[in-house]
Design a protein around this ligand. Sequence first.
Ligand SMILES: Nc1ncnc2c1ncn2[C@@H]1O[C@H](COP(=O)(O)OP(=O)(O)O)[C@@H](O)[C@H]1O
Ligand SMILES: [Mg+2]
Length: 455
Amino acid sequence: MQFEEQLFKEAADSWDLENLYRGVAQTKQFNKTKEAKLTSVEKAILRGLLCGYSPKKIATELHWTYGSLNVELTKGLYRYIETLTDHDVNTIRNWRNIAQWLEEAGYKITHPKSDWQETPYISSFYGREEELEQLEQWIVRDQYRLVTLLGMGGIGKTTLAVKLTKQIQKEFDYVIWRNIEYLPLLSDLLTDLLKVFPSNQNDNGSAPVDRKISQLIEYLRSYRCLLILDSLESVMDGDNLSGFFRQEYSNYSQLIKRITEESHQSCLVMISQDEPADSLLIQGNKIGSLQIGGLGIAAKEILAEEGLSYPNCWRILIEKYQGNPLALKLVCANIKEVFGGNVAKFLEADTELGIIVPNFFRELLKEQFRRLSDPEKQIIYSLAVCRHPLNIENLQKYIKPKIYLSDLTQALYSLRKRSLIERASELDQSVFTLPLMVKKYVIRNCQQQSDRSSS
Ligand SMILES: Nc1ncnc2c1ncn2[C@@H]1O[C@H](COP(=O)(O)OP(=O)(O)O)[C@@H](O)[C@H]1O
Ligand SMILES: [Mg+2]
C-alpha cells in the first residue's frame, strides 16, 4: 500500500468518499485531461482538504513542495470540483470552498441522524480507557439492548457517555440523547422521541403509553438506534428506598422492561446515580451494568489543567476526594482562591472537610457559596428553579432584580471557572444549567432558608 493511502483517513468519518471519488473521476473524464480515475495522491489531497487541512500542511504530509501541490490543485482537483458542483471555471477563491461546495452537493454524511439537543459539551477528557473498552464491547460488538451507567454525582457518568457516544455513533442510524433531569412524564418523553423519526408524521400525543412504547420499539427494530437517557435518578424516589420510580413515573419501568425483553436491534443506555430496582433489571442476555468509580490517577490531568502546584501531593488530594472529578474541580477553585494553588498548604489546613459522601459536597458547596458574588448567586438560584437550560438572554429575563448583560457575562464566566455551572449547546447557541449535585444543594438549601424565615 502506498503511504499516501494512509493519509487523512478520518475523512471517511464524515464524507461519502467512494461516491465522491467516482463523481470527481467522471468530471476528470469530462475534462478529457487524464484517465478517468483518481490517483491515490489525488484522493489523499482531496481527503486532506475535506479534513480542513491547508494545502501547505497537505504538501508537508506528502513530502511535496507547496508550489508543486498548488500546480496539481489548479490544474486538477479545483477544476474537477468546480465542474462537479456546477460552478464556473476558475471560481474557487479559497481551498475551503472545496469542503463547503461538496457539502452543499450532498457528499457529506448526514448519517446517523443525531438528536443531541440535550448533550452536554465536554472540553477535556482523561482516563477511562477500560470503561470505554467495556462499553464498546457490550454495545457495538455484543449488541446489548440495555446498558446502565451507575455512580455518584460528579463522578463523570455523563462525560463518559458523551465520549462513548461520539466514539461509536457511526455504528448507528440514530443517536438520541435525552436528559430526564427535566422530569418529563413518560408519555411526553415518548411523544418527543417518536418525533425524531421521519416517517412518524401523525401526531400521536394522545395515544396510550403502551401504544407509544410499541411504536418506539418498532423504530428500534427498523433502525439501529442508540438511545441515551441521562439523570434517570431524577424520577426515582430519593427519600424512601432508592431505585424505585416515583409514582407518576412508575411506567418508566415498563419502557425499560419492554426494551429489554422485546426483539430489536438498538441499545438503551441509562445513566443514573441509583440503580433502578425491582424486577426491571430483568436478568438475561444482552444487559450490562457498569459502576463508574473514581477517575484515579488520570485525575492528575485535571489538577494540572487547573494549574495547581505541588504535584507530589496530588495523589493524596485525589484519594481524599475519591477521584471524583466534580469534587476535585470544586476543591481546585477553593485551593486557588484561598491557598494560591498550593495543594500542600491546602492539605495541611484541610482537616475539617470530611470525605464522607455526600457530606463533603455539602461542605464544599457551602464554602463555595459563601464566596459567590451577588450576580453569581442570582444566576445559580435562577438556574436551580428553572427546569430547562437557559441561554443568556432568557437568563437575563429570569433574574430579578435586573442585571446588566456585561455583569451577567462576567458572572457566567466566573461560575464556569468554579465548575458550578455547565454549558451545553442547543441549536448552535450556548445554554447553561447546573450540575445536578449543585442544583440539589441549592434547592434544599433555599428550602431550609425559607422554612427558617417562615418559622
Ligand atoms: N474523564 C474525565 N476527564 C475530564 N473531566 C471529567 C471526566 N469525567 C468527568 N469530568 C468532569 O467532572 C465534572 C462532572 O462530570 P459529569 O460527567 O457531569 O458527572 P456525573 O454525570 O457523574 O454527575 C464535569 O465538569 C466534567 O467535565
Ligand atoms: Mg450527569
